[in-house]
Design a binder for this molecule. Structure first.
Ligand code: SF4
Length: 235
């Protein structure tokens, strides 16, 4: 089985729970959403085929790159029919030092996480397996994609995962607050707030957090946007 890879590189995680740490990135082609603020539209363009690689070729690349952290991103990685096979092989692979990999799957919230959550449960008893963590987006109103979110995916997020609200307006912040309250999400997983770059001032997000005493959610800024403001690829 093959994978449509848009790009692969080593850089720091720009966001998420491992922000600032070096990771090997594999970005896949294609997405089932069209967010208003998408900054990787080029990888989602159906006319862009990327590079077709086998699962083993991707695993070999990750092992040879040498970082313990691996970030699978997109586009939407879960649209690749071989995504589950790739994740399974990666969590059982070893670095040159014999360590397991920390595999982070970034997903847009509009594709079911059920199969990968089951794979993670199956691997929990395997002491030799590396870890698999989910960073899942929740698309707020300014994305234009809120109605595509799968509420059932929230049940698959645990203490090692992150639910990321990409917020561009006060309406988005209200949406985040309502959902976090309704499902007690901050007790279940890590809740991150990520501003749409250039659309909302981070200080306004902090003001909102103070206004509603949101002590269990975290603001994060996309590091790569500050370090490489003009680059959309390879960072
Ligand atoms: S889910 Fe991500 S890659 Fe897909 S359109 Fe939205 S921002 Fe772009």
């Amino acid at each position: 089985m093959s994978l449509a890879v848009a790009e692969r590189f080593v850089s720091i995680n720009g966001e998420g729970l491992e922000a600032g740490r070096l990771a090997t990135f594999v970005r896949f082609c294609g997405c089932n959403l069209q967010c208003s603020y998408c900054d990787t539209r080029w990888a989602c363009d159906p006319a862009f085929a990327g590079c077709i690689l086998s699962v083993d070729e991707v695993v070999n690349y990750v092992v040879s790159a040498g970082c313990r952290c691996v970030t699978l991103t997109g586009g939407e990685p879960l649209l690749q029919p071989s995504c589950e096979e790739l994740v399974d092989k990666l969590v059982h692979a070893r670095t040159a030092e014999g360590q397991g990999f920390r595999v982070e799957l970034e997903t847009n919230g509009a594709v079911s996480l059920a199969e990968l959550a089951a794979l993670r449960r199956d691997n929990e008893a395997d002491e030799m397996a590396g870890s698999l963590v989910f960073t899942m987006d929740w698309k707020c109103p300014s994305s234009g994609m809120t109605d595509r979110m799968l509420v059932g995916n929230l049940t698959h997020l645990g203490a090692s995962d992150a639910l990321k609200f990409v917020v561009g307006s006060r309406e988005d912040l209200e949406c985040m607050r309502a959902l976090v309250q309704q499902y007690h999400l901050a007790e279940q997983t890590n809740v991150l707030l990520s501003p749409v770059f250039g659309q909302i001032e981070p200080s306004d997000i902090v003001a909102f957090m103070k206004e509603f005493d949101l002590v269990d959610v975290k603001l994060q800024l996309q590091l790569h946007k500050f370090i490489w403001p003009l680059s959309q690829r390879g960072v």
